[in-house]
Design a protein around this ligand. Sequence first.
Ligand code: SF4
Length: 255
Amino acid sequence: MRQSNGKPRFGRFRLYASGNPANQVYLCAMAKTTIRNIRTLSLAELETWFEELGEKKFRAKQVYEWLWLKQAQSFDAMTNLSKELRQRLSATFTLPALTVDATQYSADGTVKSRFKTHDGHLVEGVLIPTEERKTACVSSQIGCSLSCRFCATGYIDRKRNLDFDEIYDEVVLINQQSERIYDQKLTNIVFMGMGEPLLNYKNVMKAIERITSPDGLGMSPRRITVSTAGVAKQIRQLGDDKSKIQTRAVTTCRQ
Ligand code: SF4
C-alpha cells in the first residue's frame, strides 16, 4: 500500500537497482578505478600500505590518529608527515569529510546544523544543551524510506545511507560546537535525526564503534541511544551484537 505522497508505508522498501547487464559491467569498471576513502582502511591495512611503499610502519599509526583521534579533515592537516607523503596519500585516497553548511541558534540554547556531504547532500544534526547534559541528535540516512505520520523527514525520499565516517563527522562537528559554545564536551548521543538508523545498521554500528573507541572519540556506549521506528529483525540483531560491539544502545518506538 502507498500513501498519497507515493512513498511506501512503513515496512516497505524501494528497489533502486537496475537489472541492465550493460550498466552492471560499466559500474564494475567504475568500481575498479574508484579511489578509496582512507577512513575505510583499518590500522592493519594502513600499515600494509605504508610497508609496501617502503615507509616505516609507525607512519600508519600517525595517519590513523589524524583520521580518528585528531579528526583531520584533510591530508594537508597531517603536519607531522612530509609534504611528499601527504601528496602521495592525497593521490591515492580520498578523505570525504562532512562540512557545516548552515547553523541556527535558538533562544533555548539549541543549535541546529545543516551538514553537507562530499557529494552535495544535506543532513541535519542538533546540539541540545541542558544543565546536566550536552546531547547530539544525529542523522543516519539522507532522507528516509519510512513515512511516520508526524515526521517531516518522512516526506523526503531516501537518497542514500550515511557512511559510518559521515556519522562520525556529525558527532565530531557537534562536539566542537558544544566545546566552543558551552565549554563542555558532548555527554550523550541520540540517533533521532534524519533516517531510520536500523535500516543503515552496519554504518550505524561501525560509527558507534569509532565513537566509543579509545582511539576515536572515547565516549561511553551507555550514553548512546539508537531510536527506531521499530524494525523487528534489526532490533533482534542489535541484541545479538550488543556484547560484540560493547554498546548499550537502547531502542525506543517512534511510530
Ligand atoms: S521518524 Fe525517523 S523513521 Fe520515521 S519518517 Fe521520520 S526519520 Fe524516518
